[in-house]
Design a protein around this ligand. Sequence first.
Ligand code: HXC
Length: 514
Amino acid sequence: MALNKKIEELKKRREIILQGGGEKAIEKQVAMGKLTARERIINLLDRNSFTEYDLFVEHDARDFDMDKKTLHGDGVITGTGTIFGAPICIFAQDFTVAGGSLGLMHARKITKIMDHSLKMKVPLIGINDSGGARIQEGVNSLSGYGEIFFRNTLNSGVIPQISVILGPCAGGAVYSPALTDFVFVVDKISKMFITGPEVIKTVLGEDISMEDLGGARVHSEISGNAHFYAESEAECFEQIKKLITFIPWNNLQKAKKFPPKEPKPEYRINDIVPGDPRQPYDVRDVIKAIVDDSDFLEVQERWAENIVIGFGRLAGETVGFICNQPLVLAGVLDVDSSDKAARFIRFCDAFNIPIITLVDLPGYLPGVDQEHAGVIRHGAKVLYAYSEATVPKLTVILRKAYGGGYIAMASRHLRADFVFAWPGAEIAVMGPEGAANIIFRKEIATAVDPEKMRKQKVKEYKQKFANPYVAAARGYIDSVIVPSETRNLLLHAIEVSGNKSVYLPNKKHGIPPF
Ligand code: HXC
């Protein structure tokens, strides 16, 4: 056959495969408000940057009439491309082909691109739109998931792994995302569950809709499985692109440096935190008063809102923020906020991103619910993650830092490199009221006017301990600073921490309180 004819044949073959699951299935996909798998990749990556591999891969299943079925591309598209010039490996499951279900060859396409991403040391983005293990392929599908989970774990901490949930994802289709660093969901489109409504109805006799079981809001507000929530696929892709600008390609590099910019003048740092320690404020305003261009990318914005985490830049360099949020539950640490903080600390540490901690909390949340939910175990994750992290750790105590909360939030004792405190900082074992009630119990009880005595003792305690100077006198904090000095001091601290190296004992790995 002449080369021209062979080229024609290639084009025809390509054309057929590019039709995915066919017109009807695509119509159904579009009717659900979803883009096709190929459109998603094209919309996410830089223009004309996508190169596809394994277009001609076919399944070889024989049971349940599978030998009579052609599944184009075996239901998944894989390839490489760029986002703002950064190289990316990507796969997108095609729901129009057998519901994006994962058979053996489908899995092999994914594991092949995962191996590339590890070898080439570039981020991996997985767009998940799949009914899970392909039922007709039995244990071969399960083996496929096992191979993916293994690679997710192997790649963890070497390259950033990003999962996008853009359809009804069940079973294995959600465990792989759970092993990755960031999960993106879209309202009304994303569904994540291990067992679907039908199984729940059969086993438990309960009726629940897919949305209420595992919709985008459920996972970004209740379960904490998702890190970014968007109203549309287009908004979701913008979020992913923005995240890519903040993180490095791999654990051997730093994130790309941007031209430095001053914060916006409307964020006046001296005016944000009220003097009264019981009055709330939004810690995000403090972050925006510190970071370049007041540009802060919040992660898990809707879950465990008593802690705020996310990325910003200082003099163009990416930094990760972990901050108590006095606006919600007075910024306490509890089960969920501990999990949220600990995981983010580990991401920053793995990818050479300095950590800035802004402290204002009354401690760990007391109560039977929290104790029974394992606040000891979950809270310990924060201690572990901060202690283990070797990236530059910079801490600013804005106001309250009581008890375990003081220690946990990147204190000097967990090896923060620089600790600054604002003049209104109160560093003590507990709040003045609680402390006075305990240590002056007898004096208060036997006083002629117990209430007057209580107030006097609270005042005495405040004068003695509820300030930053006792900690400063011991060198636990390095400097008491005016709020408006914060940005410049952090810039300097980052600059002098550029070559930080620490000694760690040899070990295979630690055993964090997972
Ligand atoms: C084979 C599947 C499939 C699967 C969907 N399809 N899931 N084929 N294996 N797991 C096929 C359907 O048969 C249908 O084919 C097409 O995909 C579209 O599916 P619909 O059901 O028509 O779509 P929809 O109504 O939108 O429902 C989507 C869905 C539902 C919620 C995902 O299909 C579903 O519940 N699927 C099964 C989910 C599940 O239990 N998976 C196994 C998980 S166990 P046709 O030819 O009719 O178009 C697992 C093991 C790993 O993953 C666990 C690791 C920890």
